[in-house]
Design a protein around this ligand. Structure first.
Ligand SMILES: [Zn+2]
Length: 203
């Protein structure tokens, strides 16, 4: 039995209606859509799925930011249920529209799902093609407030993020917004500081 996995994504013009595997709404005839063909370890044979291009791009971004990518790939709908606080602010308008009934239910249950200052930083990052989650921003703010004083473990303890801390800190390092000093202490980089300052009142 071969263990080989592969995944190929190609754009096509729809000759008939398809259903998007991410948002479950229809892709209309004539629309450009993404056809993803692949073989994954968990299923036999080759599988093929259709996607709105922006649904697929958003799903991949969210998986990169929120999950150990590839280990437990999740759909946007699953991620919305699992972590609406981080997911809702990262959805582009067109994608959010396709999930509007699910989002409406979440907002009804929790009207203050994301503080305005964190939303500001998320928007600033998106303007530069950088996706920050609300959790990553809380970490960034905490590191900025305690430059070169805290280890990753201490940040996790202070923000009560046991078990979830290594992946978001790794993502922030990959985005060059923070770094770890020789002594294992977290420092904020100028780019990281710039994003945080967007949310601070000007004196
Ligand atoms: Zn879709």
């Amino acid at each position: 039995m071969s263990e080989t996995s592969f995944c190929v994504a190609k754009q096509h013009k729809a000759r008939k209606q398809h259903r998007c595997h991410s948002c479950n709404t229809l892709i209309q005839t004539g629309e450009i859509y993404l056809r993803v063909t692949g073989k994954w370890p968990e299923n036999d044979g080759i599988a093929r799925f259709s996607y709105h291009s922006d649904c697929r791009a958003t799903e991949e971004t969210l998986n990169r930011e929120l999950t150990e990518y590839g280990e437990d790939y999740a759909t946007i709908s699953e991620l919305l249920d699992y972590n609406p606080y981080d997911v809702i602010p990262l959805l582009p308008d067109a994608v959010a529209e396709r999930f509007s009934s699910q989002i409406k239910k979440i907002r009804t249950r929790n009207p203050d799902f994301c503080p305005p200052d964190i939303l500001e930083i998320i928007k600033a990052g998106q303007g530069n093609q950088l996706a920050f989650t609300a959790l990553q921003i809380r970490i960034l703010q905490h590191v900025a407030a305690n430059p070169e004083k805290l280890t990753a473990q201490q940040v996790g303890h202070n923000l009560k993020l046991f078990g979830r801390i290594n992946h978001p800190i790794g993502r922030l390092i990959a985005k060059k917004t923070i770094r770890i000093s020789k002594d294992g202490l977290l420092c904020i980089n100028p780019d990281g500081l710039l994003y945080i300052q967007n949310a601070l009142p000007v004196h």
